[in-house]
Write a protein that binds this ligand. Structure first.
Ligand SMILES: *[C@@H]1O[C@H](CO)[C@@H](O)[C@H](O)[C@H]1NC(C)=O
Ligand SMILES: *[C@@H]1O[C@H](CO)[C@@H](O)[C@H](O)[C@H]1NC(C)=O
Ligand SMILES: *[C@@H]1O[C@H](CO)[C@@H](O)[C@H](O)[C@H]1NC(C)=O
Ligand SMILES: *[C@@H]1O[C@H](CO)[C@@H](O)[C@H](O)[C@H]1NC(C)=O
Length: 807
């Protein structure tokens, strides 16, 4: 069999596909069961058994036969036969698996029949006219049944399940139904259909039936009417009219079928994806979408597009959908809820607490709390809405209403929603805040043993203190926060500025920069120094730049500005944002930096999805090394004075790059002034700022310590809506956890970090050393890098305030 296939491969290399039938003629029909067949003559059959060989195509790339699905039975299917990862592209009985001993046969009467072991017919395609003379598994992945004269009577390509293969078309009225789960092939909850009205649409289904429910994508055609979806040999997929003219392009990446296996599959999550698999694959190869430049999946964000009055949405009831870094949707349960079935997250979530008692509402109010969740909504589950109310009113309204499961609030508008919640989604594009009502004391995450009365007293005290500090922080943040609004989506398309033309700084004229930024049009962010704009240089490769227009220069002389800028310009390290040039013309002072396509660390770690622990560790190393360079390795020492996640940018490879360094000196901020004069951002600022003590590199160590904790836990240092009061200030909570030997609480929902607790512990201990109130106890950045890397032992740090008398 092996030899036969190889022989075919060689011949096929030189022949056009038409020759295939000629080759078939040359083949002597094989008899018996379980042999490789190119022409399956009537009477032949396959039996469902674990050791049964399928009918393969001449090249051996596709096979038709039985696939065992766990203990549940056998699927009569077509699959990629040369790929280790089981990849089924078609099946006959996905909703009706058969047991061992069942049989598929091309009968003497010319019928293709799947019978179970008792002889009952499970499946048999109907073809008009005469009986079939033979069947064949073709190299395209199409299984055909043909008449004596060679005419196709039936082909699997006409009855797709969830996958289309190159050269396979989807005809008017035909549809794909997603599988239920990745390894459960029965009919799922989504479909892709070329409707009889010529519209190409993605729908949710009214599971367990397959009737259409909510449309969440459709081909936008302006003229003409769709006749078939063509998936051609270059990997293009488009909706064509009767004359073959393209009306709408579904996927337009060119892929060579010589080098890749290709398929387009409606996946169980409702996304229609085009996949490729290199033919010269190593054993670790997987089906991937990464080789492409244009998006090859639709819709682009399934979490936000599915919403309708009936049905659960992209995820199950009471859950919400979130798009991961890999652009795949994940389903999550809100606080107070857990999955019905952890093995099938799409079955939704159940309430983990006893609902509010409607007979005693006033008594019950105190037993419930509201959990704030930003950028979340559960569309179509509201039963009441209110205008011109404030958020607090909205909270109270939900708390005191036993029907209310969650309220959502957005600019004066409050919606009360009842269970089961549907269409749940979280995404930065959603402005609503969800106010989730949960019973106190019944926590799903971060729950720890009850604290003693004494510690509750202490916590309450520190929370009171903490919240007033928080208010100050809030107002200071209002002044200082750097709104980096880097557009994540641009990241994919833009070319990058990889290498500096030379180390020399360019001296730009104002006009040049005005042109480069298109008249200072596209704002990237806004900070204490002024506004940052996006632009592109006029060189051949038009590298992208970020232009920072400095405000309020306190009357410095030209020479002084130029000197400082040159100091910044001389720095060169892979963890710093490189200064490309500057402009110093009259009133105008601008700095030109290379463009960082992945935005700020702040957006990255506090955004809608949690980056991996590994990635966060790499970022911590990067920031530490960048600071070490600024403090000790560059020609003149630079103290940053404002290390915080907003000032760490990420390049296209997600390397951490420190930005805005050198500006503290450049802008001559008085570094010994009191609170309002300080440049640093409250929360990241070392205590000596407030005490008129000299500023040293140790202020950066302190800020780095806070940032490191934020990286470990993926949350902000101040989180007023923390699960528990003693968790509001991360630095305090981390110290408590370390002391109590419960560091696992800090990374509780992060499996990757949970499996690396030794390193988590080391990172937390380093962070606590960095945030010692006494600057002399804090390590220098060199030591920090060594401790993070593990080349130097880390001892258990003291409580940060233990060596300093309180304020
Ligand atoms: C396939 O087998 C049938 C029955 O033996 C034969 O009549 C037919 O010509 C064969 N077709 C091809 C293309 O080999
Ligand atoms: C697939 O999922 C459906 C729905 O939960 C279930 O009824 C069926 O038994 C599953 N099939 C297999 C093979 O696990
Ligand atoms: C596939 O379709 C694209 C777009 O219509 C076209 O450019 C390409 O030449 C086609 N390839 C083949 C092999 O027909
Ligand atoms: C939490 O919820 C469960 C299930 O509803 C209940 O049995 C339990 O008593 C609750 N615990 C608390 C502390 O309310």
């Amino acid at each position: 069999m092996q030899g036969l296939n190889i022989q075919y491969l060689h011949i096929m290399d030189f022949q056009l596909p038409y020759c295939f039938f000629f080759l078939l003629l040359l083949l002597l029909p094989f008899s018996g069961n379980g042999q490789a067949h190119s022409n399956i003559s009537s009477g032949l059959f396959l039996t469902a058994a674990s050791d049964n060989l399928p009918w393969t195509s001449p090249s051996g790339e596709f096979a038709f036969g039985f696939q065992q699905v766990g203990d549940a039975g056998y699927l009569l299917a077509i699959w990629f036969n040369k790929i280790p990862e089981r990849t089924i592209v078609w099946s006959a009985n996905r909703n009706d698996l058969v047991q061992g001993g069942s049989k598929v046969q091309l009968t003497r009467d010319g019928e293709l029949v799947l019978n179970d072991q008792s002889g009952r017919t499970i499946w048999s395609p109907v073809f008009g006219g005469s009986g079939a003379a033979y069947a064949a598994m073709l190299d395209t992945g199409n299984f055909v049944v043909a008449s004596q004269a060679g005419a196709n009577l039936w082909q699997s390509f006409d009855e797709p399940t969830d996958t289309l293969l190159p050269t396979q078309n989807l005809n008017l009225g035909a549809q794909l139904i997603a599988p239920y789960l990745e390894k459960n092939y029965s009919d799922g909850r989504f479909k892709f259909i070329l409707q009889a009205d010529s519209n190409l649409v993605l729908y949710t289904t009214r599971y367990p039936t397959t009737t259409s429910n909510v449309a969440y994508w459709s081909a936008q055609i302006s003229t003409g009417s769709g006749y078939r979806v063509i998936f051609n040999q270059s990997g293009y997929m488009y909706l064509a009219d009767q004359n073959g003219n393209t009306l709408n392009s579904v996927f337009s990446n060119s892929v060579s079928m010589q080098d890749f296996y290709l398929r387009a599959t409606l996946d169980y999550d409702g996304v229609f994806r085009q996949y490729a698999y290199p033919k010269t694959a190593s054993s670790s190869t997987r089906w991937a979408m990464a080789w492409t430049t244009l998006p090859n999946f639709i819709p682009s964000n399934i979490c936000v597009v599915i919403r309708g009055p009936v049905g659960s949405g992209a995820c199950g009831f009471n859950s919400y959908c979130i798009l991961g870094d890999d652009q795949r949707p994940r389903c999550k349960c809100p606080p107070g809820y857990t999955f019905f079935d952890p093995n099938d997250e799409r079955k939704g979530c159940k309430k983990n607490f006893i609902s509010q008692d409607c007979d005693h509402p006033s008594q019950e109010i105190d037993n419930f709390m509201i959990w704030d969740m930003l950028n979340k909504n559960f569309p179509f589950t509201d039963y009441e809405d209110f205008f011109s109310v404030d958020e607090d009113w909205c909270r109270q309204a939900c708390l005191s209403d036993c029907y209310c499961a969650v309220a959502t609030y957005n600019s004066g508008h409050c919606w009360k929603k009842r269970g089961p919640l549907s269409n749940g989604v979280t995404d930065p594009s959603i402005g609503d805040k969800a106010l989730m009502k949960v019973r106190k004391g019944n926590r799903t995450a971060g729950s720890s043993a009850k604290k003693s009365d004494r510690s509750i007293l202490i916590t309450t005290g520190s929370v009171l203190l903490g919240s007033s500090i928080f208010l100050i922080v809030l107002s200071l943040l209002g002044i200082y926060v750097f709104f980096t609004r880097w557009n994540q989506q641009k990241q994919k398309m833009v070319p990058q500025l990889h290498v500096m033309p030379e180390m020399n700084l360019q001296n730009f004229t104002y006009n040049e920069l005005e042109t480069a930024t298109g008249g200072f049009k596209e704002e990237l962010g806004r900070g204490a120094f002024g506004i940052v704009y996006r632009g592109a240089l006029a060189n051949e490769d038009k590298p992208l730049i970020a232009v920072k227009k400095l405000e309020k220069m306190a009357g410095e002389g030209d020479t002084e500005f130029n000197t400082e800028v040159k100091v910044i310009g001389r720095t060169n390290h892979k963890n710093l944002v490189q200064l490309v040039g500057f402009c110093n013309e009259g009133e105008n002072r601008l700095l030109v930096y290379e463009y960082m396509s992945s935005g700020s660390l702040s957006n990255y770690i506090f955004g809608y999805s949690r980056p991996s622990w590994h990635r966060r560790m790499q970022i911590a190393f990067g920031v530490a090394r960048g600071l070490l360079y600024l403090h000790e390795e560059c020609s003149s020492q630079i103290i940053h004075c404002d290390i915080k996640p907003q000032n760490i940018l990420l390049d296209e490879s997600l390397n951490a790059r420190i930005s805005d360094f050198g500006l503290a000196k450049l802008l001559k901020t008085d570094q010994t002034k009191t609170t309002t004069g300080i440049r640093g951002t409250k929360g990241y600022v070392a205590p000596e700022w407030f005490k008129n003590l000299p500023v040293t590199t140790k202020v950066d160590t302190y800020s780095f310590g806070i940032l490191l904790l934020e990286l470990v836990c993926c949350r902000k240092n101040f989180e007023i809506n923390a699960m528990q009061e003693d968790q509001i200030v991360l630095a305090d909570w981390a110290c408590d956890c370390l002391k109590e030997g419960k560091l696992n609480l800090l990374v509780e929902e992060d499996e990757e970090a949970m499996e690396d607790m030794k390193r988590v512990e080391r990172f937390v201990m380093v962070a606590i050393w960095c945030i010692q109130e006494d600057p002399s106890l804090r390590p220098g950045m060199k030591k920090v890098v060594q401790m993070l890397e593990g080349s130097v032992q880390v001892s258990v740090p003291p409580d940060p305030s233990s060596f300093i008398s309180t304020i």
